[in-house]
Design a protein around this ligand. Structure first.
Ligand code: NAI
Length: 793
């Protein structure tokens, strides 16, 4: 027998990682864990516990406390009490604590990896080589941000007390993604790990003790969904950060709608894995192994939808089947295992049932002839081909080792199929042509695009979704902003309910000005349009004078406006220079009409405010024209042979409920950052003076603004908001008003999980450019997409 033949016929021997240290650690705790509150261990007040088991054996590992509302309350109090001191530390001191945590993770890395594998079922190769090193990297990276915080974010403050709820697929890594940026920015934390995988979070609590972290800065409350719910609903939590299913994300959006909690959501995905005919197919197949069989496919950004160019489909499927046959499934503590156990019976049932549904819908199922281990929860690597794009297995997250394969013919078709999903977390593009790959990458609606690579993560590169995959980013500079608020915003006073602040000068001063009878129209798709209702609303000054009539828009008008805005998506593709030019032109035209607009606006807000609104309005337009070609992204240098290009992309179509108090300047302050970055807008102008619409469309009409980029529908906000907030083709909603209006906006927009950005009922001084313009607005008008491109041979 030749060496090659021997090599091919050799069997793998067992190569188990020794679980002794982890067992000793568990025994040291008598395999029973209380809650980590205020730096110490506390029994749960209801005395309830639950078991956590090793899914690869079914053996119980430990008993863990089931935290209830009273425990959450105690943890939040501890975090609140710890907050002022933690915040008052110097940046350098906080950096030292984070650095200590990074060192401790490294020091205990093997224990943490083994514990993770035992609790979750993932191969030790992954927890040892990927999860835990990334955890350490995350703390190191954020130790750096803690050090630089005052220099880089001088005008920001921490949110305060942060509630964090994480899933079971990357238990310690998700903890790191949540806790490191929160601490670096001066927040204190209550974190709830997933019920299937609490152990490494409890080990981390011990590291916090070992590192001397001040009591109460980190609190860990174990428990199930009801514990998470109690945390989300606790009134003294300032921000919620959640990773998990889209369904629970939606419930959390609903549960926080009537509050002022900041929210970031990292939810599910159905990420496309696109392979072009010119790709290096063997590398692409290796990528796929990582893309869908890494962590048994229980990965939010798993490349679960394979889109193959038709010409290579048969060759590729055959290569995939060959490679699948070599994947080794078995005890996850074995160092030579590729596919470990599924986390829990409920998840295994879910995978089985979805695959059965896919087959019933016509998919062909192929699985390698590998024997399943005799005990434990296992599901074999699975290839579903002949999948219809509308099938459940092409549309819904399976969260298991199941690949659904489809074909495409042209790049355009690939992009269409890739975007044919409610999700938008990640994607892969494989092509040897950098032109094709980057062309496609730019058009995929997803927060991450991996070109000729997959599942690359680094603390410096933000991660997060588009659409129903959630919003907010974790990692990078943008990830920090999720835990910070501008000082002025945090301390801004509240608007009194439904009463806009008085104009700078009472409008009675204008009683001598005759009312100007004007019939203004709506502005939809670049045209002046009559309202569907055929009615108009009277617009009166504060002292009751009739100023004119504005059309009474209804839901049909909003729908038409949204359709027009969708059609104008080309605005996002206009060059930044072109967008800047159009905005400068708007400023020029506002300047030309200055006197007449001041005169009209004065009837509602007084001459002084009207003049200020117009003059500052011209400046504001200049500012955003200036920003249009300067709000650049970044190029990250992660510690591998990759660059990650972080692009600031438009969100899409954004609905804007403008503030009542400054009819022109408020409108411009919100609409312009959106337009500058390529969004299309449907705006409802100030109810107080909707007649401004007539001046605005004249401005846009004469400034080469493309039809549909900005649409204006006047009417009663109470009647228009619902249609705009609920509309599935609206990607984000901005609402500036009192508490009640803001709460309705958040509640009504839960459906497609669109981003909702509001003033949280606070007064914004539109007349102060240090507050009312700049990066804070631009950051909300865009979302970051990271495109990873490898280099080298
Ligand atoms: P899940 O979304 O229910 O659980 C995630 C976390 O949220 C856990 O800590 C859980 O205890 C907590 N939670 C549950 N209900 C809550 C509530 N009402 N309020 C606050 N916290 C709550 O995910 P689950 O049930 O573990 O998995 C179900 C499916 O979700 C999976 O099959 C998978 O498709 C998807 N999933 C997606 C993840 C992702 O990262 N995208 C992660 C985990 C699950």
């Amino acid at each position: 027998m030749s060496i090659a033949e021997k090599f091919a016929s050799m069997e793998y021997g067992p190569a188990p990682e020794d679980p002794k240290e982890a067992a000793t650690w568990l025994d040291r705790h008598n395999r029973r864990f209380a809650l980590f509150i205020d730096g110490g261990w506390r029994e749960p007040q209801n005395k309830e516990y639950f078991d956590t088991v090793d899914p690869s054996t079914g053996e119980k590992l430990a008993t863990v406390a089931q935290g209830g509302p009273a425990d959450i309350d105690a943890a939040v109090k501890a975090a609140r009490d710890a907050a002022p001191k933690w915040r008052a530390l110097t940046c350098h001191m906080r950096a030292r604590y984070l650095y200590a945590l990074a060192r401790l993770v490294q020091k205990h890395s093997r224990l943490l990896a083994v514990l993770e594998t035992m609790d979750n079922g993932k191969p030790i190769r992954e927890s040892r080589d990927i999860d835990i090193p990334l955890v350490a990297r995350h703390f190191y990276y954020h130790a750096g941000w803690a050090q630089l915080l005052d220099q880089e974010f001088p005008d920001y403050e921490p949110c305060g007390v942060v509630g964090q709820v994480i899933p079971w697929n990357f238990p310690l890594l998700m903890l790191a993604w949540k806790i490191a940026p929160a601490l670096a920015t001066g927040n204190t934390v209550v974190l709830k790990p997933a019920e299937f995988t609490p152990l490494t979070a409890l080990a981390f609590a011990e590291l916090c003790q070992e590192g001397g972290l001040p009591s109460g800065v980190v609190n860990i409350i174990t428990g199930d969904g009801s514990t998470g719910e109690a945390l989300v609903k606790h009134p003294d939590v300032d921000k919620i950060a959640f990773t998990g299913s889209t369904e629970v994300g939606r419930a959390i959006r609903g549960a926080t709608a009537a509050t002022h909690k900041r929210l970031s959501l990292e939810l599910g995905g159905k990420s496309p894995f696109i392979i072009f005919e010119d790709a290096d197919l063997d590398s692409a197949v290796e990528g796929l192994v990582d893309g869908i069989w890494f962590n048994q496919g229980q990965v939010c950004c798993a490349g679960s939808r394979l889109l193959m160019q038709e010409s290579i489909a048969d060759t590729l499927l055959s290569k995939i089947r060959d490679r699948m046959s070599t994947l080794r499934m078995g005890p996850p503590l074995d160092k030579a295992i590729d596919v470990g156990a599924i986390v829990a019976q409920v998840q295994l049932d879910r995978i089985q049932s979805m695959v059965a549904q896919g087959i019933a819908e016509g998919a062909h199922c192929w699985q390698p002839q590998t024997a399943l281990p005799p005990r434990g929860l296992y599901y074999p690597p699975t290839l579903l081909s002949n999948v219809h794009p509308t099938s459940i297995v092409a549309q819904q997250e399976i969260f298991g080792p199941v690949l659904a394969a489809m074909t495409f013919r042209t790049p355009i078709e690939a992009i269409e199929l890739a975007n044919n999903t409610v999700y938008g977390l990640a994607s892969c593009v494989w092509s040897e042509s950098i032109n094709v790959a980057l062309h496609v990458a730019a058009q995929i609606k997803a927060g991450v695009v991996w070109v000729n690579c997959t599942n690359m993560f680094d603390a410096a590169c933000g991660f997060g979704g588009y659409r129903e995959s959630g919003y907010g980013r974790e990692g990078g500079r943008e990830g920090l902003l999720e835990y910070l608020e501008p000082k002025w915003f945090k301390h801004a006073p509240k608007l009194s309910p439904s009463a806009a602040p008085a104009p700078l000068e009472p409008s009675q001063a204008e009683t001598s000005t005759p009312a100007i009878d004007r019939t203004v129209k709506l502005y939809v798709g670049g045209r002046q349009a009559r309202p569907d209702s055929g009615y108009s609303m009277e617009v009166r000054s504060a002292d009751g004078q009739l100023l004119g009539e504005a059309p009474l828009g209804n839901r049909k008008d909003i729908r038409n406006a949204v359709e027009a805005a969708r059609k104008a998506a080309g605005w996002a593709k206009a060059t930044v220079h072109n967008r800047a030019q159009v905005l400068y032109y708007c400023a020029e035209n506002l300047g030309l009409r200055r006197t007449e607009i001041i005169q009209r606006l004065a009837t509602a807000v007084g001459t002084k405010q009207a003049a200020l609104e117009v003059d500052l309005g011209i400046q504001r337009i200049f500012s955003y024209a200036a920003w249009a070609d300067k709000f650049d992204g970044a190029v990250h240098n992660p510690p591998f042979r990759n660059i990650a290009i972080a692009m600031n992309e438009a969100i899409g179509t954004v609905g804007v409920i403008c503030p009542a108090e400054a009819p022109l300047l408020g409108f411009l302050s919100l609409v312009l950052p959106l337009l500058a970055l390529g969004n299309t807008v449907v705006a409802v102008p100030s109810e107080k003076y909707p007649l401004i619409t007539g001046d605005l469309y004249q401005l846009f009409d004469t400034s080469d603004m493309p039809a549909g980029a900005i649409n204006i529908v006047t009417g009663y906000v109470s009647q228009l908001l619902k249609t705009l907030a609920e509309h599935d083709d609206v990607d984000a909603i901005w609402c500036y008003g009192d508490d009640a209006l803001v709460a309705s906006t958040k509640a009504m927009s839960v459906g497609n999980l669109k981003q909702a950005w509001t003033n949280e009922g606070r007064i914004i001084d539109w007349f102060d450019p240090n507050i009312a313009e700049g990066r804070w607005f631009l950051e909300h008008a865009s979302q970051v997409k990271n495109i990873w491109v490898p280099y080298g041979e």
